[in-house]
Design a binder for this molecule. Structure first.
Ligand SMILES: [Ca+2]
Ligand SMILES: [Ca+2]
Length: 178
């Protein structure tokens, strides 16, 4: 497995090649993102068998999706706006609606409020099936962090757990549609 990471200060994604001995010697590619990228996920958004890159940042209310081209380079970012004025963290990919196409989940918070623990929103972008995404769906989740996606109640649909800062408890959000 190769390794992809963001450089917060340089505004880049770098992808290193695994040499098979557990070290990452060779840089496969590097490309610019928006300013101050914070987290990435690498789902195959368009189902062509190649992992793509999804980046969220601080200083921005935009999710960037970089599609992996056949030659190992990445296409220019497709930009998706979420809650204006909010910044993002903790991005993850999961097929929330069970249609076989990975969807995107992350937290957003209001940077004018103290952090950590400012009011947070759970933002979801559902995959249209071709690697593009429908507009954001979001709801308020209080002061929470660290979303984890799994089927917690065993009904075959993915649910989302978040940790609450105030009570140090975990809240569960159960999927109720497909
Ligand atoms: Ca792909
Ligand atoms: Ca899906």
């Amino acid at each position: 497995m190769d390794l992809a990471f963001v450089s917060f200060t340089d505004g880049e994604v770098a992808i290193l090649s695994n040499n098979g001995r557990g070290t990452f010697a060779r840089e496969l590619t590097r490309f610019a993102t928006q300013k101050h990228p914070r987290r990435l996920a690498a789902p195959d958004v368009n189902g062509d068998g190649r992992p793509d890159i999804v980046v969220v940042a601080v200083d921005s209310s935009v999710m960037e999706v970089f599609v992996n081209r056949a030659d190992g380079t990445f296409a220019a970012a497709a930009d998706y706006s979420f809650g204006a004025g909010n910044w993002a963290d903790d991005v993850t990919a999961a097929d929330l609606d069970g249609d076989g196409h990975p969807d995107i989940v992350f937290l957003t918070w209001d940077p004018t409020q103290p952090f950590p623990g400012s009011p947070t929103r759970l933002a979801m972008f559902m995959n249209a099936g071709d690697g593009t995404f429908h507009p954001e769906q979001a709801f308020d989740i209080g002061r929470s962090a660290a979303p984890t996606v799994a089927d917690f109640n065993g009904d075959g649909l993915l649910d989302i757990a978040v940790r609450d800062f105030d009570t140090d408890t975990v809240s569960l959000y159960f999927a109720n549609c497909r």
